[in-house]
Design a binder for this molecule. Sequence first.
Ligand SMILES: *[C@@H]1O[C@H](CO)[C@@H](O)[C@H](O)[C@H]1NC(C)=O
Ligand SMILES: *[C@@H]1O[C@H](CO)[C@@H](O)[C@H](O)[C@H]1NC(C)=O
Ligand SMILES: *[C@@H]1O[C@H](CO)[C@@H](O)[C@H](O)[C@H]1NC(C)=O
Ligand SMILES: *[C@@H]1O[C@H](CO)[C@@H](O)[C@H](O)[C@H]1NC(C)=O
Ligand SMILES: *[C@@H]1O[C@H](CO)[C@@H](O)[C@H](O)[C@H]1NC(C)=O
Ligand SMILES: *[C@@H]1O[C@H](CO)[C@@H](O)[C@H](O)[C@H]1NC(C)=O
Length: 376
Amino acid sequence: MRNSVQFLLPQMLCLMLLSFQHEVETKSTIEPCNSSDSCPSLLSYLVPWDSKVSEIATRFHVNASDILASNSLFPITSSSAHQILRAKTFLKIPIFCSCVDGIRRSISTTYTVHAADTPASISEAYGGLVSAEQIKIVNSINGSNPLRSGGTLVIPLPCTCFDNVNNGGTAVYMSYVVQTRESLSSIAAKFGTTISDLKAVNGFWEPAVDPGDILSVPVAACSSATLKWYDESMIVPNGSYTLTASNCIKCSCEPMDITMQCVPSGLAVPCYNLRCKQSNLIIGNECVEHSETACNVIQCVYRGHRGGKILSSTKNSSYLQCPDNVCHRGASCRPFSSYSEDPFGMSPKISSSLPLPVSKASQRTRASNGSLGSRE
Ligand SMILES: *[C@@H]1O[C@H](CO)[C@@H](O)[C@H](O)[C@H]1NC(C)=O
Ligand SMILES: *[C@@H]1O[C@H](CO)[C@@H](O)[C@H](O)[C@H]1NC(C)=O
Ligand SMILES: *[C@@H]1O[C@H](CO)[C@@H](O)[C@H](O)[C@H]1NC(C)=O
Ligand SMILES: *[C@@H]1O[C@H](CO)[C@@H](O)[C@H](O)[C@H]1NC(C)=O
Ligand SMILES: *[C@@H]1O[C@H](CO)[C@@H](O)[C@H](O)[C@H]1NC(C)=O
Ligand SMILES: *[C@@H]1O[C@H](CO)[C@@H](O)[C@H](O)[C@H]1NC(C)=O
């Protein structure tokens, strides 16, 4: 149980936020804070009606490409922002979580009021992440100060950081709006976490949740902290990717083993230094050299970027036993096939147009004591 977390009852929430004068019907998890730092976090968003990716990006004040990346939609083309997502599509929206008046939340999203809007319809547009009551309080909307078409509202969005740590591992926290007929166990199963973890993170002991409650759900994440990068640090949640080095490099967090894999993005941007020095390997590629006594696997790995330059180095690992298949066939320096996850049926037409080979070294996994196995 972490002491910085409190799962507050409505009345306590009112006290805590001071400005809340009316009763708030739903529970949400509040993280007190006292520093000006911010952290990457996620919002769960059930698209309320058919919307273009670009419309959702505008609604939350984030880049469309960041929404695509958080949901593992690739490639990014000029048309991907116009792709229509159907109502009820589940999306993860990436936001920076800051510290406002001693509480973790995001207030960088603003909304321009349209003629037919009500606080309730705006709450619906944000998938219940903000209540009608919160919109009214934060923006001092009342009888003598009604919503005005064309006016601008601040939309306070719930978020938590918890130092980006959960159970000793790197994590990003997602603010999750509980839906009808959901329980803690169904939510835990949906996001690969446990009921006890959800209880600990949210600081409560009763397993009951109600529709509209906002839970903080830990999502395992990859961190560059252990990767010896120069001048760059990055946290990428499980199952998503981030573009870096002027969009030249795509780093994904692989769901199987939560490892960061960085490869050339293949996007139509000028990219240099993608090849490891004194090697014919491109970042993300690996090759196998075998001798009588050992099997050496050489990888070209991304090391961050500095001053517009992409940094990389080779990593040489020795194994007693050669990896299955690869060694026996005498294969060496073979680029692996490209990989694209595709939950919304976007066609992955990257192979033909790619200027560079994109590898997926991550489809192989290596045991620490000498054998190399493949998950394919
Ligand atoms: C700042 O907040 C953290 C986490 O809530 C807490 O552990 C720490 O004691 C606080 N520091 C001060 C000076 O209040
Ligand atoms: C969106 O992308 C632009 C250009 O790549 C960048 O300058 C801006 O900071 C991004 N905005 C956010 C919210 O990430
Ligand atoms: C409405 O809000 C305004 C601005 O905060 C405030 O000055 C006014 O007293 C409020 N009126 C009522 C009826 O609460
Ligand atoms: C990563 O996410 C996938 C689903 O996208 C899930 O099956 C897997 O358990 C997650 N891994 C971890 C370590 O949480
Ligand atoms: C990799 O390491 C092995 C053993 O340390 C060495 O024999 C081999 O030459 C190295 N290969 C490269 C390309 O550095
Ligand atoms: C190393 O290999 C031994 C024997 O094959 C096995 O029992 C052990 O679990 C392995 N250790 C790891 C960390 O994989």
